[in-house]
Design a protein around this ligand. Structure first.
Ligand SMILES: [Fe+2]
Length: 244
């Protein structure tokens, strides 16, 4: 394992957020009215919402085969065996598909604090996966997007992403190969959720979630979507169960 991709125990401690401390220091302000409007509308449609986009998995498998020997470690932590890998799909300017993609690793390699919107540049991988273009090209701009591959026994422990209502992006996850409930588990807000392989979901990652793979090559796409009211409306247009 390459050392610059390993997050040490010391670095892990520094990653812990201090909400009240940072607020008192003025690191962030209370949410704005537009934050509340976006968050309440997203909350109104659900927290694990199937969308109309469904990937052609046979086509995706053919396309991703070219990358089979290039997957890089995803957020490996000191002292833990956890078989998960990734590929960088929308990264920092100049990034390649094999540059580290998790936020702690990207901050370590660039030496600066980053947010999801700093990642705005499609890598070659983006162009090599036409099977995902209908959902990727649906939004005028994207934040950090990654393919995540979890192998047998790999997991993400219970955590939350972007808890504050001031978050700059929200997430859509597309469940790709080996993500049916027989292969993969996503517990969300303390309940196991049903997953349809190939389908995109709006997922409220402010809520606690943990995942686990029972087989190799369980792949999903994590998209960070800039939180604008227009993008919230675009998600509403994609709801699988819509108003009629
Ligand atoms: Fe997460």
């Amino acid at each position: 394992m390459e050392n610059d991709r390993l997050i040490t125990k010391e670095e892990q401690k520094k990653l812990k957020l201090d909400y009240i401390g940072d607020f008192e220091k003025g690191v962030f302000s209370p949410p704005k009215l537009l934050d509340l409007a976006c968050e309440m509308q997203l909350d109104a449609i659900g927290d694990f919402v199937p969308l109309t986009f469904k990937a052609n998995l046979r086509q995706f498998e053919d396309e991703i085969d070219a990358y089979k020997d290039t997957w890089v470690p995803y957020l490996h932590r000191e002292g833990l065996m956890n078989d998960r890998q990734g590929l960088n799909l929308v990264g920092l300017p100049g990034d390649t598909p094999t540059d580290s993609l998790s936020m702690p690793e990207a901050m370590k390699r660039t030496g600066r604090k980053l947010n999801e919107l700093d990642f705005d540049t499609p890598t070659q991988l983006y162009y090599d996966l036409p099977s995902l273009h209908p959902i990727l090209n649906y939004f005028p701009k994207l934040g950090r997007c990654s393919l995540v591959k979890v192998n047998t026994g790999g997991w993400f422990p219970a955590h939350r992403d972007g808890v504050l209502l001031q978050r700059k992006t929200f997430r859509i996850v597309v469940f790709l190969t080996n993500t049916s409930n027989m292969c993969y588990e996503w517990e969300h807000d303390y309940r196991i959720r049903q997953i349809e392989e190939g389908r995109a979901y709006y997922i409220d990652t402010k809520k606690a979630h943990r995942t686990h793979a029972y087989v190799n090559d369980s792949i999903h796409l994590v998209m960070n979507i800039p939180k604008t009211y227009e993008n919230v409306m675009r998600v509403c247009n994609l709801m699988d169960a819509a108003e009629s």
